[in-house]
Design a protein around this ligand. Structure first.
Ligand code: PLP
Length: 420
């Protein structure tokens, strides 16, 4: 199967050569409205390298069957590939044990799983769950649902004008009542890289566990869950060049062991009678039903692909695009960059004086440039900056400085068109 074949990105083993990297992504050569596609909506989802698509296709063509249930040859092959993918993902985030790697649908499901299991078992009336004002809705709403059910309070650490968490305020809100802290590693709306190591240390000094939403960090930063010492870390495959519908929830074994199951069904049980069911060992206790087998295998290939390019190289490349993009966008009259954190990932959210972000997005689209416009599932962030929406360009390992130039030219056109 190609899933066991070594991943050789076009640029592996050379200095980071973005021209060669781009050759791995077939979609990047397409045109939109007759213009070359400039895909800058990577914080929403990333495009897929050929290696990922080949692995998924190869599984279906040669080795596909349901896993963990059959003695027949194909089932054994599929099961082995699925478990090998788990091992790859363990290594990707430097977890100590594959028992701590749960395949989920994505970040959203990972966070809901923790809220509904750890949260329901540990949060009681009068307790508090602490998040930050920078969170994606998927790291707000699951905790709100839990707090409503339990009569607990959702405490929120505010941000400053740069879009950074105010650490003094966060510390004040860490109280005897806090049962869990849930915070993003990197903000999708602004690109802020949060000081999660410090947040985890502060919480742990008070015996409070921490869940990290790693949706925007896993695609671009080295992640070492043991070094961070986080209790939970959730991320999505589709934002890190893998398939949709698959992601990872890392949890420390001591927590996962103690937590009740999330969903009931096949594979998560050890034995079932009408009187009593006993649950499977980790991580299967949290993987009810037939999982996204091909997705998991494709995700592992995406992780291999990123490793072969070098996560540090990816990070450096994106940082270069961020500084170049910040400099060029800042020179556009009437353009305001929202989110100017000192530690920032390659996300540029902006507003243009007198122009609605949807108009910005529509004009850019005609130029072949895909950006996201809206509240980016982070309405409290928009409220803080007193804007209804922003336009957001977010970069990935395959973007170029020339694409930033096309973006800037497109924005200049918007300015021309809407000049009073
Ligand atoms: C920071 C952050 N958290 C969570 C999510 C939710 O991810 P998913 O929709 O893949 O579950 C996103 C997606 O945009 C995100 O950017």
């Amino acid at each position: 199967m190609s899933t066991s074949a070594p991943i050789r990105p076009a640029a592996a083993g050379t200095a980071y050569d973005v021209r060669r990297v781009r050759k791995d992504f077939p979609i990047l050569s397409r045109r939109v409205y007759g213009k070359p596609l400039v895909y800058l909506d990577n914080a929403a989802t990333t495009q897929k390298p050929r290696a990922v698509m080949d692995a998924v296709r190869s599984l279906y063509e040669t080795s596909y069957a349901n896993i963990h249930r059959g003695v027949h040859h194909l089932s054994v092959e599929s099961s082995e590939a699925y478990e090998k993918a788990r091992e790859t993902m363990r290594d990707f985030i430097h977890a100590g044990d594959t028992r701590e790697i749960v395949f989920v649908r994505g970040t959203t499901e990972g966070i809901n799983l923790v809220a509904q299991t750890y949260g329901r078992a540990n949060v009681r009336s009068g307790d508090e769950v602490l998040i930050s004002a920078l969170e994606h809705h998927s790291n707000i709403v699951p905790w709100q649902i839990l707090c409503d059910e339990k009569g607990a309070k959702l405490a929120v650490a505010p941000i400053n004008e740069r879009g950074e968490i105010r650490m003094d305020e966060l510390e004040k809100r860490l109280s005897k009542k806090t049962r869990i802290v849930a915070v993003s590693h990197v903000s999708n709306a602004l690109g802020t890289v949060n000081p999660i190591r410090k947040i985890i240390a502060l919480a742990h000094e008070r015996g409070v566990p921490v869940l990290v939403d790693g949706a925007q960090a896993a695609p671009r930063l080295p992640v070492d869950v043991r070094d961070l010492d986080c209790d939970f870390y959730a991320f999505s495959g589709h934002k890190m060049y893998g398939p949709t519908g698959v992601g990872i929830l890392y949890g420390k074994a001591k927590h996962l062991e103690a937590m009740p199951p999330y969903q009931g069904g096949g594979d998560m049980i050890s034995s079932v009678t009408f009187e009593k069911t006993t649950y499977n060992i980790l991580p299967y206790k949290f993987e009810a039903g037939t999982p996204n087998i091909a997705g998991a295998i494709g995700l592992a290939v995406a992780a291999d692909y990123m490793n072969a390019l070098g996560i540090e190289n990816i990070e450096a490349h994106e940082n270069d695009l961020l500084s170049y993009g910040t400099e060029r966008l800042s020179a556009v009259p009437g353009l305001r960059i929202i989110g100017t954190a000192r530690e920032k990932a390659a996300v540029l959210s902006f507003t243009l004086e007198g122009v609605h972000p949807h108009d910005v997005g529509t004009v850019l689209d005609r130029e072949g440039v895909a950006v996201r416009t809206g509240h980016h599932c982070a309405q409290p962030v928009m409220d803080f900056f007193k804007v209804p929406a922003t336009s957001r360009a977010s970069f990935a390992l395959y973007n170029t400085r020339e694409e930033v130039d096309v973006l800037v030219e497109g924005i200049r056109k918007v300015v021309e068109m809407f000049r009073p």
